[in-house]
Design a protein around this ligand. Structure first.
Ligand code: HSE
Length: 431
């Protein structure tokens, strides 16, 4: 049979890893898919010394690949939005299957891209976009296909996880560890996407769309980063038997779907609590299987290439079967309009930290406000303040409470003359 011809656009970290894995493991891939998979063209502005491109035609023009009639599968690894979208849509228009690691593109423009792919009956696959080498999309689409997914939760940004891990282990403040993450090459010069939760939100909406069969809803996702978490929060959480992790959470409820990314206290005995450093992990709860947990590298050249190559292999297996047998690897065919719940309608337990003037009756006034708003206290710590001046830290864990009620109570507490500044508020999940 003639080989399946792949065109790789972008020869950066993931592109070079992909070419290297495809070449190194060509024999394994051929025996597993029944097809030879050949890198027939690469589009790159400059060579990458970590990748041997000998015998492969290289062009500086990515659209040459999208318009090359020889190419069966275009692999988009250039990143970004506008040009990547145009490239992918051109490839689809030309009847090519597409594999991408671009979570931002899929999360924000996926509905349009999948619709174009369905019209041309081609596959758009994006396993590498979510949690790097972890086959989380495949788990949802294949291994768990018989399940109604109840919820999923994941540590899906390695940079953020590294920062929280270092802050906990060393007691260092956020800004210092961020600088360290940048020096180590984990965080970008502009770290906003990683530390403010946007990258995790991109991944979460893709997971949720696959889990629930709903359209991609990035603009409706609640996103909160880790920049306000302090070493004290990590320490107090530990004293209460918890760890703070930056989680993406998607949950199906009677009222709609919860989509939220935020720092979260989880019990220290939970397996997710020991996912440290740059590692990623995804926990999925299905009605038949119960909970399953996936762990691995969320980034890096070959871990991400592993997922890109898996998508290429899937397409290679099916490419010459009648086209109706090739399902578009898109999250939905029958996307129902399921509402995404506003964060104010979410119920969660909460960790609260406030700095209070050390004088009689403060605790009573705080707990009175919580009680009046129907908020039940689960645990309480009072600590000497970090700075002199008579301030003390009050730390509380609440039982589950509707977010809108909690916000109202926090406004009242912050208005007390006893309380200095705002109240830090981190949600708690028992998973
Ligand atoms: N910047 C991401 C992370 C990796 O730190 O997890 C690519 O999504």
């Amino acid at each position: 049979m003639k080989p399946v011809k792949v065109g790789v656009c972008g020869l950066g970290t993931v592109g070079s890893g992909t070419v290297n894995v495809l070449r190194r493991n060509a024999d394994i891939l051929s025996s597993r898919t029944g097809r030879n998979i050949q890198v027939a063209q690469i589009a790159a502005r400059r060579p990458n010394p970590s990748c041997d491109t000998a015998d492969i035609p290289v062009t500086p023009d990515i659209f040459e690949v999208a318009n090359n009639p020889e190419i069966d599968i275009l692999v988009e690894l250039i990143g970004g939005y506008d040009v990547a979208k145009k490239l992918v849509l051109t490839a689809i228009k030309n009847g090519k299957h597409v594999v991408t690691a671009n979570k931002a593109l899929i999360a924000e423009h996926g509905n349009e891209i999948f619709s174009a792919a369905r019209e041309k009956n081609v596959v758009v696959a994006y396993e590498a976009g979510v949690a790097g080498g972890i086959p989380a999309i495949k788990a949802l689409r294949e291994g768990l296909v018989g399940n109604r997914i109840n919820w999923l939760a994941g540590i899906i940004n390695g940079t953020g996880n590294f920062i929280l891990t270092e802050m906990k282990d060393k007691g260092s403040p956020f800004a210092d560890v961020l600088k360290q993450a940048q020096d180590l090459g984990y965080a970008e010069a502009d770290p906003t996407f990683d530390v403010e939760g946007i990258d995790a939100a991109h991944k979460l909406v893709i997971l949720a769309a696959n889990a629930f069969g709903t359209p991609l809803a990035f603009d409706k996702t609640y996103t909160e980063g880790i920049s306000k978490v302090t070493p004290q929060d990590l320490q107090y959480a530990q004293e209460l038997g918890y760890r703070i992790k930056h989680l993406g959470i998607a949950r199906r409820t009677e009222q709609g779907v919860e989509l939220r990314v935020h720092p979260t206290l989880i019990p220290e005995s939970h397996l997710l609590a020991s996912v440290d450093g740059v590692m990623n992990s995804v926990l999925i709860d299905g009605d038949a299987v119960g909970q399953t947990l996936y762990y691995g590298a969320g980034a890096g050249s070959e871990p991400t290439a592993s997922a890109v190559v898996a998508d290429i292999a899937d397409i290679a297996r099916l490419i010459d079967t009648p086209q109706v047998a090739v399902p578009p690897v898109a999250p939905l065919k029958d996307g129902r309009e399921v509402p995404v719940l506003s964060i104010t309608d979410v119920h969660a337990a909460c960790y609260l930290r406030m700095s209070a003037k050390d004088r009689p009756g403060v605790l009573m006034r705080v707990t009175e406000i919580l009680g009046q708003n129907g908020i039940n206290i689960d645990a309480l710590l009072q600590k000497e303040g970090q700075e002199s001046g008579g301030a003390v830290d009050i730390v509380l864990l609440t039982h589950d409470i509707r977010e809108s009620l909690l916000s109202a109570a926090l406004k009242e507490i912050e208005a007390l003359d006893d309380i200095i500044g705002s109240v830090a508020h981190i949600r708690v999940e028992h998973l």
